[in-house]
Design a binder for this molecule. Structure first.
Ligand code: BG6
Length: 529
């Protein structure tokens, strides 16, 4: 648990302190975190869903765990007419339902919460500036500021320009940072335009583009696991790996986000960001030092090396689907087109399976299958790495070669947090008989202490100034450059090019049966939870 802070000499730049947050097994290795320097947060979209479900509970959890300094406050801002008191009440309700409420922790947290209504015809940014200056004196945050955009994306350019015009991106005393939530644009052109607006007002090193998947411990573990063990890297390539499957399957539908989802669909919602980032971690080269820009260089190199999807025969690389009503868990779930706010003839995909290749020496011709969907049979996210079969089966005649599955490594991201290795052993007793066994490591085994969820991690890193887990401008560019041609074909068609068909699947099922055929025709099958 959190103990007293120890000043860190080499972290002078951040003036961060080290805090002990847990340990491995009783009396084992202590686990430490950096507690950020004093800072102020201005949260735009403060009355929205993201603020209530994720952001406020994360700030509260971090403070409760001793991971936020005494000198810290939040100004919530949105168009909704509220005052400090009513905002605090709303956030108390949010924390009661989305975090572990604790009377003492809440009373410490609530006095750090303030609210400003953004009245369009007044001078809202001057008002924010004054409120910041007043509170900064009270909380002694030294002019360190984070502006967090949790509004609908259409509001981003206006807010960013207004922050710039009000001089709020300037760093007079402390630092000034801007955090931008996804979606970051909706195609190559709009992402480019957004980058222009951002970089007219902020420097790239002030910009934190969030992909909360990178904040998941088990996602960061992909890199740690690969590069802290000598035994995996030598076989982590086209000579030994047959193919890779990356799956993010969700059981929930689109919740109350029809307006957003109708514009996005699964390719923009999950592939452009989370799926491609996980892919980059699985496929990247080791940087010489685990340092933000070097790690990001390696991730970007993978995005640049993605082989363009073949538009003349897109359905050989992409299957899309949309859920219809069905039994999901113990409940009957409506179809996508029946969801409130969704058009009755919507062709927005809620499921996609994609086969892609990385054109470099390590991965030439190794297929990566990416799959994600809403309202699927089970919630699970994992990276499944299947190795090649043994080059020669000496048990021929005694054993059925086809029955012997190749070895596999499974990096389970959620809800199970595990690493599994699948291999074969002899059955006891019988002469030549094999069975497949699973070696299983549970990620949090032996750890006692504070656990950070994805948002806790990225918020903390932004306050500390560590950009390893954030997306750089070129990362946004190359992921959109890969996806935009396929999105254009799906949405607008193209002369002489056939659009992939939209297949239906029942809510609560593993996805469209065409997706099974899609991988089976390559002689492979989906690995489910
Ligand atoms: C978000 C998507 O970025 O990620 C959602 O917009 C999706 O549609 C969510 O449900 C999944 O995140 P997690 O952390 O619940 O797997």
């Amino acid at each position: 648990m959190a103990t007293e802070g120890i000043e860190l000499e080499e972290e002078e730049r951040h003036r961060a302190t080290l805090v002990r947050v847990g340990e491995l097994a009783p009396g084992g290795e202590p686990c430490v975190e950096l507690c950020p320097p004093p800072c102020a947060i201005v949260l735009f979209g403060a009355s929205g869903d993201l603020a209530a479900r994720k952001l406020m509970p994360s700030f509260y959890n971090l403070r409760k765990s001793g991971l936020l300094p005494e000198n810290f406050f939040v100004i919530g801002a949105s168009r909704q007419k509220l005052d400090d008191e009513s905002y605090r009440n709303a956030m108390e309700a949010a924390i009661r339902s989305n975090a572990q409420y604790d009377e003492k922790a809440w009373s410490d947290f609530r006095k750090r919460l303030f609210y400003r209504t953004l009245v369009p015809d007044a001078r809202p940014y001057e008002d924010i500036k004054e409120a910041l200056a007043d509170r900064e004196k009270e909380f002694k945050t030294g002019g360190n500021r984070i502006f967090y955009l949790a509004t609908p994306p259409a509001a981003y350019p206006g807010i960013i320009e207004a922050l710039g015009a009000a001089g709020l991106s300037e760093e007079k005393q402390g630092w000034s940072r801007i955090v931008i939530e996804k979606p970051y644009g909706r195609d190559s052109a709009s992402a480019h335009q957004l980058n222009e607006v951002v970089l007219r007002n902020f420097r790239e090193d002030q910009v934190y583009r969030i992909d909360h998947y990178l904040g998941k411990d088990t996602v960061q573990n992909i890199v740690m696991f690969r590069f802290a063990n000598a035994i995996f890297e030598p076989i982590w390539n086209r000579r030994y790996i047959d193919h890779v499957q990356i799956t993010v399957a969700e059981t929930m539908g689109i919740e109350k986000r029809a307006a957003y989802y109708e514009q996005a669909g699964v390719l923009r919602d999950m592939f452009q960001n989370h799926m491609l980032q996980v892919l980059a971690l699985v496929a990247m080269e080791p940087p010489s030092v685990y340092e933000a820009n070097l790690v990001r260089d390696e991730r970007v190199k993978i995005l640049r090396a993605l082989r363009p999807l073949p538009l003349e025969s897109l359905s050989e690389s992409l299957v899309i689907g949309q859920y219809v009503e069905g039994e999901a868990g113990s409940e009957w779930a409506p179809g996508y087109r029946e969801e409130v706010g969704v058009s009755k003839d919507s062709t927005v995909p809620t499921y996609a399976a994609m086969k892609l290749f990385i054109d470099n020496w390590r991965w030439q011709d190794v297929p990566f299958y990416l799959r994600s969907g809403k309202r699927m049979a089970a919630k699970f996210s994992q990276v499944y790495i299947q190795f090649k079969r043994v080059p020669h089966l000496m048990f021929k005649g005694t054993l059925d070669a086809a029955g012997i599955m190749p070895n596999a490594l499974v990096l389970k991201i959620q809800p199970d947090e595990k690493v599994q290795m699948l291999f074969h052993v002899k059955n006891p007793g019988s002469r030549v008989s094999l069975r497949e066994v699973v070696m299983d490591f549970s990620y949090t085994e032996g750890y006692r202490g504070v656990k950070l969820d994805a948002y806790d991690r990225v918020l903390l890193d932004c306050m500390i100034g560590d950009k390893t887990l954030f997306i750089r401008r070129d990362g946004v560019r190359y992921s959109w450059e890969f996806l935009t041609p396929a999105l254009d074909l799906l949405e607008k068609g193209g002369p002489g090019r056939k659009r992939p068909e939209l297949f239906i699947y029942r809510a609560g099922s593993p996805g469209p049966t065409e997706a099974d055929k899609f991988i089976q025709k390559d002689g492979r099958r989906w690995q489910n939870d």
